[in-house]
Write a protein that binds this ligand. Structure first.
Ligand SMILES: *[C@@H]1O[C@H](CO)[C@@H](O)[C@H](O)[C@H]1NC(C)=O
Ligand SMILES: *[C@@H]1O[C@H](CO)[C@@H](O)[C@H](O)[C@H]1NC(C)=O
Ligand SMILES: *[C@@H]1O[C@H](CO)[C@@H](O)[C@H](O)[C@H]1NC(C)=O
Ligand SMILES: *[C@@H]1O[C@H](CO)[C@@H](O)[C@H](O)[C@H]1NC(C)=O
Ligand SMILES: *[C@@H]1O[C@H](CO)[C@@H](O)[C@H](O)[C@H]1NC(C)=O
Ligand SMILES: *[C@@H]1O[C@H](CO)[C@@H](O)[C@H](O)[C@H]1NC(C)=O
Ligand SMILES: *[C@@H]1O[C@H](CO)[C@@H](O)[C@H](O)[C@H]1NC(C)=O
Ligand SMILES: *[C@@H]1O[C@H](CO)[C@@H](O)[C@H](O)[C@H]1NC(C)=O
Length: 265
């Protein structure tokens, strides 16, 4: 009798154990995988991105919940084995992440969490600034030109131009540093108008800098030269020359009179 009781007891225990195991089998969800559907984690502002969350070993129905910074964003129930898709619009810097999803059978059973995902926000570049420590130069002088975009995601690619002609190669900066080129001002045409262009991986986002002119130094008057001397500049030079000649005629006269006065004395 006593023996039978023990037998009965252990049988009950055993069947409970079996039931538990069956329940556990249903609970055997694998950690879900959270992946971006388009395959890129680089995003721009206002972009819509879709995330896919799937627990491979789960048997439906499975409830999937998306979290951003541990706060629930949305949840869906999947009645088949296809992934849960979550679409987000990136509308602020905090929308880049960190995202996780959870798979569970129901809210009373413990869920499994996925890997976390963080987006990288690609920012457009700001208008680059072209500058040089030298603004006046002589013929035959070496000068440097720097091009720098203060804002925008790295890497940034810079290309310099003299007039409309590019000065290859383009320079790709991995750090937030100016691209620098060295120029040998060999001829008057090297005193032309320079510009630079910057772009990064933000779509359709090339920007041109201010223009920069080197001024030919070592003349009475600053003469700004373009690729070819403009007629306006030639006029200026001529005016200066005529003026200084008249002035010198007058001044030599003056000196001459003074000289005569001194002689008379
Ligand atoms: C993003 O999604 C919203 C809502 O679904 C839609 O109004 C908008 O046009 C979408 N934007 C882009 C760039 O696809
Ligand atoms: C999803 O399933 C949970 C229980 O697992 C339930 O509480 C919830 O209402 C369901 N949601 C939808 C949208 O069916
Ligand atoms: C939730 O899961 C637990 C454990 O698997 C189960 O005992 C319970 O019946 C389930 N509830 C619903 C509403 O499905
Ligand atoms: C760069 O970004 C900062 C901060 O957003 C802003 O204050 C500054 O004006 C920007 N610079 C340019 C050149 O746009
Ligand atoms: C200018 O630089 C070139 C090479 O960069 C050099 O050969 C030349 O001597 C330099 N000229 C002057 C005037 O510094
Ligand atoms: C930037 O523009 C140049 C052409 O000027 C192009 O070759 C390059 O692919 C562009 N870079 C990016 C990241 O779009
Ligand atoms: C970028 O410019 C090209 C040509 O100008 C255009 O076909 C394309 O749609 C533009 N892309 C975006 C994202 O605006
Ligand atoms: C450079 O020279 C050109 C032609 O003389 C002129 O149009 C332009 O305004 C000048 N740029 C600067 C920044 O001085």
């Amino acid at each position: 009798m006593f023996f039978l009781t023990i037998l009965l007891f252990s049988y009950t225990q055993m069947s409970q154990q079996i039931q538990k195991t069956t329940a556990n089998a249903k609970e055997m969800l694998s950690n879900p995988k959270l992946v971006p559907v388009q395959g890129t984690l680089n995003v721009v502002m206002k972009q819509n991105v879709t995330l896919s969350c799937l627990s491979q070993a789960g048997s439906p129905p499975v409830r999937y919940t998306l979290f951003k910074h541990n706060q629930q964003v949305s949840a869906v129930n999947r009645s088949d084995s296809t992934p849960a898709l979550f679409t987000l619009t990136i509308s602020s810097a905090s929308d880049v992440g960190e995202y996780k999803c959870k798979a569970e059978y129901n809210s009373s059973s413990g869920g499994k969490y996925s890997n976390s995902l963080t987006f990288t926000l690609i920012e457009p570049i700001s208008k680059p600034v072209l500058s040089s420590p030298t603004s006046q130069a002589k013929k035959g002088q070496n000068v440097t030109l720097s091009c720098f975009s203060e804002n925008g995601s790295l890497p940034i690619t810079y290309l310099f131009f003299k007039g409309k002609q590019s000065i290859p190669p383009q320079k790709t900066m991995q750090k937030r540093e100016a691209a620098v080129i060295f120029l040998f001002l060999d001829s008057l045409s090297d005193f032309g108008t320079y510009k630079c262009k910057a772009n990064n991986s933000f779509p359709n986002n090339s920007k041109y800098s201010n223009s920069f002119n080197f001024t030919l130094a070592g003349m009475n008057e600053k003469v700004t030269t373009v690729d070819k001397l403009g007629s306006h500049n030639i006029q200026n030079v001529l005016t200066m020359q005529v003026f200084s000649q008249i002035f010198c005629l007058w001044c030599s006269n003056y000196n001459f009179l003074n000289f005569k006065k001194k002689l008379k004395f």
